[in-house]
Design a protein around this ligand. Structure first.
Ligand SMILES: C[S@@+](CC[C@H](N)C(=O)[O-])C[C@H]1O[C@@H](n2cnc3c(N)ncnc32)[C@H](O)[C@@H]1O
Length: 217
C-alpha cells in the first residue's frame, strides 16, 4: 500500500506536506493512538478539505456515519463554532472513547455520539432534510445502503462527502485478492451511482484515500 499521498508525485507530496495545518495536543494524540492501534481515521489532507467545505458551506447541522475515536467528528465540529454534530458508531468501545475525546475538546454540548448500527437509519426524532452536511465513513461495503438511508436527511443544496472512494487505488487497479476485489467492485458501483444520481452533482478528489463531494440538487 502506498503512502497517504499516493495520488501525487513524491516531490509534490513533500511540497504539499509543508502546508499541513497545526493540530492541537488532542488531535495529535488521536492521530498517534490511531497509528498505534491501527484505528482507521481519515487522512489529514482529506479532513482539512472537509473542514474547509463545512466552513464554506456554513454548515450548522452535520451528520457523520462512523465515529471511531471522534477524530473527524472534532474537526467537523470545529468547522463552525455553532455547528451541531450527530455521529453514529456501532462499536460501543469506540463510542466511549469518542465521547471522552469530544468532552476533552469541550464539544459535548454540540456533538452527540449515538451508539447505533447505521444500517438502521436515524432515530425517529430526526426529520428529513435536516442536515447541511453529511459525511459517510463507516463500512465501505454498505455505502450504497447508507446513501439510500441518509440522502433524504440532507437538505437541498447540502453537501455529502464520502471517504475511501478510491480504496488505496484498488478501485481502479483490479486487485487479485478476492475480498479486496469484491470491495473494490462495490466501491466502483457506488461511485458510479453517486456520479449518475439524479439528485446529486458529484466530483471525486484523489487526495488521501479519495473523497467524493456531492451537492444535493
Ligand atoms: C473509518 S472508521 C471512522 C473514522 C472516523 N470517521 C475518523 O475519520 O476519525 C469507521 C467506523 O465505522 C464504524 N462502523 C462500521 N460499521 C458501522 C455501522 N453499521 N454503523 C455504525 N458504525 C459503523 C466502525 O466501528 C468504525 O469505528
Amino acid at each position: 500500500m502506498a503512502s497517504e499521498y499516493m495520488y501525487i508525485t513524491p516531490d509534490a507530496a513533500a511540497y504539499v506536506k509543508k502546508f499541513e495545518w497545526q493540530r492541537d495536543q488532542l488531535l495529535l494524540r488521536l492521530e498517534e493512538e490511531a497509528r498505534r492501534e491501527r484505528i482507521p481515521i481519515i487522512n489529514l489532507d482529506s479532513i482539512q478539505v472537509l473542514q474547509q467545505l463545512a466552513r464554506i458551506k456554513g454548515a450548522q447541522t452535520i451528520l457523520e456515519i462512523g465515529t471511531a475515536i471522534g477524530y473527524s467528528t472534532i474537526w467537523l465540529a470545529r468547522a463552525n463554532s455553532s455547528a451541531q454534530v450527530v455521529s453514529l458508531e456501532i462499536d460501543e468501545r469506540m463510542v466511549v472513547r469518542a465521547r471522552g475525546n469530544i468532552n476533552e475538546a469541550g464539544l459535548s454540548d454540540r456533538v452527540q455520539v449515538i451508539h447505533r448500527d447505521a444500517t438502521l437509519g436515524l432515530p425517529e426524532s430526526y426529520a428529513e432534510g435536516s442536515f447541511d452536511f453529511i459525511f459517510l465513513d463507516a463500512s465501505k461495503q454498505k455505502y450504497e445502503q447508507y446513501l439510500e438511508l441518509y440522502l433524504p436527511y440532507l437538505r437541498s443544496e447540502g453537501v455529502l462527502v464520502v471517504d475511501n472512494v478510491l480504496f488505496h487505488g484498488l478501485v481502479f487497479s483490479q486487485p487479485s485478492e478476492p475480498r479486496q476485489a469484491w470491495i473494490a467492485e462495490r466501491l466502483d458501483q457506488f461511485n458510479q451511482k453517486l456520479f449518475h444520481h439524479p439528485q446529486l452533482q458529484t466530483t471525486i478528489l484523489p487526495i488521501g484515500d479519495g473523497i467524493s463531494i456531492s451537492i444535493k440538487n
